[in-house]
Design a protein. Structure first.
Length: 327
């Protein structure tokens, strides 16, 4: 059984109008400084080393968010050192961090490569400026392609671009431009996700007030077919619902989920599914789903007090695991 590690970095400079992830902007209630977060994360990784009944060190590490690149190259390097010190790292392990184009630079990528990261995932979303404005993204279309070029020039062989389709006001021509632009960068992986307007978000309020058109499921289906055709015609292979890659460019961390591997979720609000070691709280013979406290402050306070940050423990039966594997 493969072992993966997901690390949630809950910080964003601003909140995008469509986002309902567990993220916090400066000054929001429940935030902690990045230094406090990093200290707490190191404590959790030490706990994971004792509580996780794994077959070996992690074979994949994925930093998501939020905006991990807001920690800077030094902060991300510190996280990877902590992973190696607490859990080790399998030979040839895939180590990915998500990054927003506006918070990267050539020096950023150089430092990450030297630290041991070998895969970058950039939030491009769209090549159409008006679509990025609707999404309330901070970067320009040109900055996303520049960031991809910088990562490749630094020596990253594996670079992903995240796209969003179905944004209100997006046209078929906008999507074609986005696909052509993404493919022109030469990256080996592209992810494409349909926009979901979640209740409670700023975008949902705009849709409810009639300021933006409501999503159209038929449009989503048509756009997905456009994406799949364009990417496969360009030599990329579809291997998972929202992911396409060149041969050998598949995201191994994605496959940990799909192949029913174990993964430890570290950081505020992170989810994991692991075998717990005998003596660990919640231990049983099968897999256990763990969910950490969502608020960074609560997460950090628990670990500083020597307690587990886990808020929810669910022991999975064999039937549960079988059902999830089918789904």
């Amino acid at each position: 059984m493969s072992n993966g590690l997901y690390i949630h970095v809950p910080f964003c400079s601003t909140r995008c109008g469509y986002c309902d992830f567990n993220t916090y902007t400066p000054g929001e209630e429940g935030t902690s400084s990045t230094a406090t977060y990093l200290d707490a994360l190191e404590r959790e990784l030490d706990r994971a080393a004792a509580d996780w009944d794994r077959t070996g060190p992690p074979e994949t590490v994925f930093l998501g968010g939020g905006t991990p690149s807001l920690l800077g190259a030094d902060g991300l390097s510190r996280i990877l050192r902590a992973v190696k010190n607490s859990l080790g790292l399998a030979p040839g392990a895939e180590v990915t961090t998500e990054s927003n184009p506006e918070s990267t630079s050539p020096e950023f990528f150089d430092t990450l490569l030297e630290a041991g990261y070998n895969r970058i995932s950039l939030g491009m979303q769209s090549a159409a400026g008006h679509v990025l404005k609707v999404l309330e993204r901070a970067h320009t279309p040109g900055r996303a392609t520049d960031a991809a070029a910088e990562a490749l020039a630094a020596g990253f062989e594996h670079v992903n671009l995240d796209l969003i389709y179905g944004t209100p006001t997006e046209t078929d021509d906008d999507l074609r431009l986005t696909l052509d632009t993404a493919l022109s960068t030469g990256v080996d992986h592209i992810s494409a996700y349909s926009l979901i307007v979640e209740d409670g978000t700023a975008m949902a309020r705009k849709v409810r007030k009639g300021l933006l058109p409501a999503p159209d499921e038929d449009v989503y289906a048509d756009r997905y077919e456009m994406i799949d055709t364009a990417l496969q015609d360009a030599g990329m292979q579809w291997y998972e619902v929202s992911n396409w890659s060149k041969p050998g460019g598949e995201c191994e961390h994605n496959l940990v989920y799909w192949r029913s591997g174990q993964w430890w979720g570290a950081g505020p609000g992170a989810h994991g599914c692991v075998r717990l070691a005998p003596g660990a709280e919640g231990h049983h013979d099968g897999l256990t789903r763990l969910v950490n406290a969502k608020l960074p402050r609560r997460y950090a306070e628990a670990l500083e007090a020597g307690k587990s940050p886990v808020a929810t423990v669910e022991q999975l039966s064999g039937a549960d695991v079988h059902t999830e594997r089918i789904m």
